[in-house]
Design a binder for this molecule. Sequence first.
Ligand SMILES: Nc1nc2c(ncn2[C@@H]2O[C@H](COP(=O)(O)OP(=O)(O)OP(=O)(O)O)[C@@H](O)[C@H]2O)c(=O)[nH]1
Ligand SMILES: [Mg+2]
Length: 212
Amino acid sequence: MDSVVSDAARGVSPLLDEEGPEQPWQTDRTRAPIATKIVVAGGFGVGKTTLVTAVSEITPLQTEALMTEASEETDDLTSTPGKLTTTVAMDFGRITLDDDLVLYLFGTPGQQRFWFMWDDLVRGAIGAVVLADTRRLKDCFPALDYFESCGLPYVVAVNHFDGSELFEPEDVREALTIPARIPVMIMDARRRISVIETLLSLVGHALDETPE
Ligand SMILES: Nc1nc2c(ncn2[C@@H]2O[C@H](COP(=O)(O)OP(=O)(O)OP(=O)(O)O)[C@@H](O)[C@H]2O)c(=O)[nH]1
Ligand SMILES: [Mg+2]
């Protein structure tokens, strides 16, 4: 499914348009789309795979492995009792925004034992979305520290789970001591439009942070 956010200004909801007319960049070779890489990070089971799946216009590549009793000690499923699988390498999806901007989404594995893969996953990325769950905020600290130390622009998106207390973005900013220049937002990883808002915020933030 192609999606063109700028069509919203014309009153058409491109997000609901299954086929849609050909886009200018599909016929005009001088308007080749700009391809960018975005990383989706955060703690175990916070909704990274859900986010990539909700928004991808291609069938997402997933590397899910069934969770077994062997990981009971390390992988806390209290907050996500319905979770049966975990990402063991990465998620991959694609979304086209605003006519000629293509985002390639790379979801990281959440568990500490797979963190060694992050260095490869972030190579060439323009920015990262750090997902947080207010019931286990500290789980996103490693991702925040990682992107702060490597200087990659990032935004913080709180994936609001049903039944968890709803906080204001500014409360989350204070709890995590996120600098004022970093966008913090509440989102729902299962809702496409909510994820697109987060991705647009990241692209805008990455443009602001990147020197001309
Ligand atoms: N209620 C609710 N459930 C969600 C939401 N996002 C994800 N889930 C559920 O939470 C569980 C965890 O989601 P995943 O997308 O696998 O999380 P992940 O961050 O990719 O997990 P790892 O790759 O194992 O670290 C799944 O059972 C989802 O269905 C949400 O916004 N609300
Ligand atoms: Mg995952």
